[in-house]
Design a protein around this ligand. Structure first.
Ligand code: XMP
Length: 511
């Protein structure tokens, strides 16, 4: 079954991904493409959205999309830079604004009975974030709405199905933003909102069967949401021809290897647990440099995985749990690779020598959609709600060199913290949490004895995608109890601190 699709042309706004998410929340499939790489199969898209941008339409480096196959031919919604672009280069005028146009504003309607604003009431709050302003509308432009500071906050172009807005409907602070997108996409563009998790599962399973046929597929399970959901989809499609490998790198959480393996077996997956802890610890011995630790783990993982794949006779495919943000980051509008902050070993796939064809059933989905797809296959809620956990595991939470004893200490500390979050009903309110073992000893006193032991940091963050994050304001009572429990139960630790840094400028992991 073909679903109506929306094309989002990205001009580099920090909010472009949010547009895609909001559209998908309406059960409409959307894709982001850079403004200068408009797909050839433009007829496959039923409507187009132009995103915002950090650039100005007045600058020499203004971004110019080729809209010849779009404007006047398809429903078009232009947001912020998009709205300014349509004005400035089509008979209107954009100039620097005199007043601050950042933050909340309220719509006042100029044009009543406009389907674009159906079910959106006078005064509705919208989010502004721009420094230029539209002074004059383009040719055939008709004003639809203003705010206190922005005269041309929304307009349409008569004779076309083109709408333009200066504010950002995709940002949550635009209270009726989703309604506005629905008005445009469903009522005006006539899109059928039928892209649901259930339909995704049915169609993906069919497509996987077509693609793979009777071939064998190998997949590396990590215990996380993405690889588990990818495995379930493939399992539904090809059953026992899916060979899952779950590698214990010795850097997982306490009891995680056994617990998760059991859970996978309970789900009917054909899964092999490979305990390679010793191999990883050997490769890490004496290494303190964060990047070299990551590289060593990546290298050993590939070796172990390759050994396992070779044991599967005639395997043709490698399945990966790649999700949409990994894909769009590699085609960013502004182009050019961004600086390597950390090398995430599991992004970028396995080396060519494996000679396997790649299958990535989740590569069109955002993380929250992966969870919904998992739920629609009745996967365990606790598995789907698991916090993200980095591929290199506790190695990047043990600062300095890694020893089996340090891993043991951190596993114990982490278990007290995570179990505590669960007991206090806080686990699901936190996006990610964990403990970090610091390379510092400090003096303490226990009973009448002087101690000189390790210090651990606790980290809990709120985030939507890990790109930015805020530390969580955990209750003092919880922190107090957790700190006591850790120091009393975990031998070798006499001090606990709580990390109150946001990302940026810090990162979520310490290494
Ligand atoms: P940072 O530390 O970059 O982390 O703010 C952002 C998110 O990415 C996770 N992370 C990783 N995940 N392999 C992974 O699968 C890695 O090498 C890796 N490094 C960091 C981190 O846990 C957080 O969720």
């Amino acid at each position: 079954m073909q679903h109506d699709k929306v094309l989002i042309l990205d001009f580099g706004s920090q909010y472009t991904q949010l547009i895609a998410r909001r559209v998908r929340e309406l059960n409409i499939y959307s894709e982001i493409h850079p403004f200068n790489k408009i797909p050839n199969n433009i007829d496959d898209y039923k409507a187009v959205v132009l995103s915002g941008s950090p650039q100005s339409v007045r600058g020499d480096d203004a971004l110019h999309p080729n809209l010849s196959e779009i404007r006047g031919k398809k429903p078009l919604l232009a947001v912020c830079y998009g709205a300014q672009y349509l004005a400035h280069f089509s008979g209107g005028n954009v100039a620097p604004s005199n007043t601050r146009e950042y933050g909340r504003a309220n719509l006042s309607y100029v044009k009543k009975d406009e389907p674009f604003f159906e079910d959106i009431s006078e005064g509705s709050q919208v989010w502004m974030s721009h420094s230029d302003t539209i002074k004059t509308l383009p040719t055939h432009g008709e004003l639809l709405a203003s705010t206190h500071d922005v005269q041309n906050a929304a307009y349409k172009i008569n004779g076309e199905t083109t709408y333009a807005i200066q504010f950002h409907p995709e940002v949550y602070h635009s209270t009726d933003g989703k309604q506005l997108l629905e008005n445009f996409l469903v009522n005006i563009a006539g899109i059928n909102p039928d892209w649901t998790p259930d339909s995704f599962v049915d169609e993906t399973v069919d497509a996987l069967q077509q693609q793979i046929g009777k071939d064998k597929v190998v997949l590396g399970l990590s215990g996380g949401v993405d690889s588990s959901v990818a495995a379930m989809l493939l399992h539904k499609a090809i059953g026992k021809n899916l060979y899952c490998v779950f590698v214990n790198n010795g850097l997982l959480r306490k009891n995680e290897f056994q617990d998760v393996l059991k859970q996978y077996e309970g789900m009917g997956l054909n899964v092999k647990g490979v305990d390679a802890s010793a191999r990883f610890l050997d490769a890490l011995a004496g290494e303190s440099d964060p990047e070299r630790k990551r590289k060593a783990i990546g290298r050993v993982f590939i070796e172990v995985f390759d050994d396992e794949a070779h044991l599967i006779e005639d395997v043709k495919w490698l399945a990966q749990g790649t999700i949409y943000p990994d894909v769009i980051e590699s085609v960013s509008a502004t182009g050019g690779p961004s600086a390597t902050i950390k090398s995430h070993h599991n992004v970028g796939g396995l080396p060519d020598f494996m000679k396997l064809k790649i299958v990535e059933p989740l590569k069109a989905l955002f993380k929250d959609e992966v969870r919904r797809v998992g739920a629609s296959m009745d996967m365990d809620k606790a598995l789907l709600g698991r916090h993200p956990f980095p591929g290199p595991g506790l190695a990047i939470r043990i600062l300095g060199d890694i020893t089996a004893e340090k891993v043991r200490i951190l596993q114990e500390v982490d278990a007290v913290f995570i179990n505590g979050l669960k007991e206090w009903g806080l686990y699901d309110k936190v996006w990610q949490a964990g403990a970090i073992l610091l390379p510092v000893n400090s003096v303490g006193v226990m009973g009448d004895e002087r101690t000189y032991e390790k210090c651990v940091a606790l980290r809990a963050v709120e985030s939507t995608d890990g790109m930015t994050a805020d530390w969580v304001n955990l209750p003092y009572e919880f922190l107090q109890k957790t700190s006591n429990d850790i120091i009393n139960k975990v031998k070798g630790v006499n001090r606990v601190v709580y990390d109150i840094s946001s990302k940026p400028p810090a990162t979520i992991e310490w290494e």
